[in-house]
Design a protein around this ligand. Sequence first.
Ligand code: ADP
Ligand code: MG
Length: 554
Amino acid sequence: TATAEHRSFEADVSRLLHMMVHSVYSDRDVFLRELISNAADACEKLRYEAIGKPELLGEEPKLAITISTDPEAGKLTIADNGIGMSHDEMIEALGTIARSGTRSFMERVATADGKDGAQLIGQFGVGFYSAFMVATKVEVVSRRADSAEAWTWSSDGKGEFSVAPSPLEEAPARGTRVTLHLLEDAKSYAERWTLERIVKEQSGHVPVPISLITEPGADAVALSDGAALWTKPKSEITKDEYADFYRSVAGQYDEPAATIHFRAEGLHEYTALAFVPGARPFDLFDADRKGRIKLYVKRVFITDEAELLPRYLRFVRGIVDTADLPLNVSREMIQDSPLLAAIKKGVTSRVLADLAKLAEQEPDTFRLIWDNFGVVIKEGLYEDFQRRDQLLGLARFRTTASGEGWRSLKDYVGALKENQTAIYYIAGDDASRIASSPQLEGFRARGIEVLLLSDPIDSFWASTAPDFEGKPFKSVTQGAADLGLIPLLDGTAPPSAETSEKISALLASMKEILAEEVADVRSSDRLTESAVCLVASDKGPDRQFERLLSAAGR
Ligand code: ADP
Ligand code: MG
């Protein structure tokens, strides 16, 4: 029409669209999950806004998602009576990429080969734009809950979209209607059985009821009742139901590695349903390191920014629902609420306790979790001193004795050599380089296990000098090694640390020549084959930490 504005997609959107449409894509079904999840989000946003402004609900207080199809015309529509979008919101939301995770996802796809790229898309929730995997044209008509205007957004996904005012009689009374004109080879998405199957598989647990109208004029059939899964007793929930819920709440496509579902009673009452993902979420290493646990109050979604877990558990996905907060709590007030601090403490303890139990009972599963999230959990070793012992108990390490496996500190301490008083570690960026470091010679020759710490985070916590079961951590690149009391494995007498006159003279002249370069030159029982190595002084950072500090310009 004359009043339509035409706009170009942001460059990143065009790239994403191109990638989605052109990758050999096997699982296109996910587009429906994305559109349903947007519809459910919109309903939850309205439910929340309506707490303060009940008039927003007007004559339609029941929130619902309706899928309708016209198989003849090859059309599929997903409608919700949620919050809707204004003109500006539409342009912002459906013309740019808002999610930070999407950007890092695209970087990964860009560096992967075609086929891996397609698989990555499958693992990642690509959002609204995934509609173009199955549609030649997408039309979105939306009316915001507080607005007397409606707008139509439309695009063929080829670089441009248009936005025009929509006559009110053609718009939903409230909310959003997304219509897909299906591609020739995607017409099956207008068929009842396909839709029923996909909704059951992927969206059976979104907290808004979903119904289906199978052809123009037909009655709606209920596909899912929108009951909140977490309110059901554990014994009535199947593994598949948990997994479906996990996928809808986490926006991931994998299986959860661990499910933690409990109800806290007593002083504070709340229900938590949390999952440890089976694969790394894409935003795991985002600079803001925020978690995404969703806070509900009496089943009303409030926010996913309440930080209900410490940052080192940010990979955990799920919800907390409590009746102890007022529904009209503002998102700002939430940050300072003592109740939420108590919930955070309770959920954190439970997650750590369940991980510890898993490590005992299902070591293979725990191993997978540690492979994926160990580096993140280790951030807690210097961020959460109160739980450091507990975290050290969970932590797993590569050591000179572990091979490809992981060793716990309990294993390490259980295998201490007689007269060994410390837990030794070596830190560096390259696992295989540190494993072959000459500084380990004296330890190897004595059969003393050394932790091989190759994550950047390791130097930070290790340098805060913790101990485990009374044994201090000690860097092998720092200070004197005092291994004299521990015999060599092959029975030969250890090289004497007592220095002959000749050696003293050598050390003295080396010190003189190196003058400003070193603090000290001394003989050591750290080495058995190499002649010399560099070590840091007893006080202050070890060698690796020195390197990191100087790289950071400190
Ligand atoms: P995400 O859902 O992760 O934000 P999407 O690409 O799925 O990313 O959606 C982008 C944005 O478009 C949403 O954040 C929302 O603002 C808007 N949007 C999409 N679908 C709807 C809808 N049915 N109702 C209201 N807003 C919507
Ligand atoms: Mg979405």
